[in-house]
Design a protein around this ligand. Structure first.
Ligand code: KG4
Ligand code: ZN
Length: 345
């Protein structure tokens, strides 16, 4: 069964074809990075306009690379939540129109569940698939979630950020220091040449009673940005080793914050398999620390499936399809998903 997967929740216009939820036939990702770079962040209006301009061509290329015409498809899946509303609506509306015009089933997918599905696309056989239940670590530009995963669509959020997402902290720090956009990749690269002990940043002190596995990044982000004045005074911004040191020290603390809650959740639930997903799952320091833990089995998506892509949407869509679950064409987009972030009055 071949499913077309469409992803347009943020700044990647992505379409893929996946067979039987596991074999990637094509995976086209058209990134908008050059259009948002000047603003050091995603500009929602530009993002939705670019999706509108590109979606037809990207979908055509995905079909072409898979060697398929529209008749060779069995279902159409698209991200419907969470994300930038205008951007989501472009991919979702395109998917619904495609499904309606070809008489195909349509499946609306949750972007974060799709990130969690991404590592499964890289498993060569069923025996390699991490068995449920496991602990999920979902880390992206908009979310930081530690969850218990009992099926592809049965996720209980154990901990989440109470303020910024981890990817957002990487992006903000990089923006203030002028490291480049998007920040995560640049900080990861710079940090490899730096001393992570050069600066000491505190870990957040959340009240465990109400935030057992929760995360917080606004304090770290502010502490790192506050160093900037010292950097300017010392003229350290032009010094490659000072830049590398601040990047490495920030990255270590950001990842340590994640790991502290993650391991606590894994130990408390008695689950020793951890499955990671989302753009920050590409971080080399996070990957190396988790890979070195012999007491846990850690499963990561390959680097090309960490960021946003259509293959993870097609894979997830297939799972609903074989269960006989499709979405009505009245399905609409939502910017947020209840429970993925803490709500405060
Ligand atoms: O999942 P994703 O592509 O988009 C969202 O759903 O948000 O994640 C994007 C985030 C950005 O914040 C980006 O800076 C971060 O992933 N990122 C990284 C790395 N590569 C991308 N963060 C840390 N280290 C990386 N190597
Ligand atoms: Zn994402």
């Amino acid at each position: 069964m071949k499913v077309l997967g469409i992803e347009s929740s943020c700044d990647e216009c992505a379409v893929a074809l996946v067979e039987d939820g596991s074999r990637i036939l094509s995976n086209v990702v058209a990134t908008q990075i050059p259009f948002h770079e000047a603003w050091n962040g995603v500009v929602p209006e530009i993002a939705s306009r670019k999706h509108t301009e590109w979606i037809m061509q990207v979908a055509g290329e995905a079909l072409e690379r898979a060697g398929l015409g529209p008749d060779g498809i069995d279902g159409v899946a698209a991200t419907s939540r969470p994300g930038l509303l205008g951007s989501l609506l472009v991919g979702l509306t395109f998917a619904k129109a495609f499904a309606l015009s070809r008489g195909l089933p349509f499946i609306a997918c949750d972007h974060m569940l799709a990130h969690l599905y991404a590592p499964r696309l890289a498993c060569a056989s069923d025996s390699e698939l991490p068995p449920y239940p496991f602990i999920g670590l979902l880390v992206s530009g908009g979310h930081s979630i530690i969850c218990k995963v009992e099926d592809f669509d049965r996720v209980t959020v154990l901990g989440t950020t109470i303020d910024d997402a981890v990817g957002e902290a990487f992006d903000k720090v990089a923006k203030f220091y002028g490291f480049g956009y998007p920040g995560g990749v640049y900080i990861d690269r710079l940090a490899q040449k730096g001393d992570s002990g050069a600066f000491c940043f505190p870990l957040p002190n959340l009240h465990k009673g109400s935030h057992e596995y929760d995360l917080s990044y606004s304090g770290l982000k502010t502490a790192v940005i506050n160093q900037l004045e010292q950097f300017r005074v010392k003229k350290a911004l032009d010094d490659e080793s000072e830049r590398a040191n601040i990047a490495a020290s920030f990255q270590k603390t950001a990842v340590d914050i994640l790991l502290r809650s993650l391991f606590r959740a894994a130990v408390d639930t008695g689950l020793n398999t951890i499955v990671a997903g989302g753009g920050v799952a590409a971080n080399s320091y996070l990957r190396s620390i988790l890979a070195s833990r012999k007491d846990f089995r850690c499963v990561f998506p390959p680097l090309e499936l960490c960021g946003d892509n259509g293959a993870m949407i097609a894979g997830l869509g297939y799972q609903y399809l074989i269960r006989g679950e499709t979405s009505p064409l009245s399905e609409t987009a939502s910017a947020r998903v209840n429970g993925f972030k803490r709500k405060y009055p």
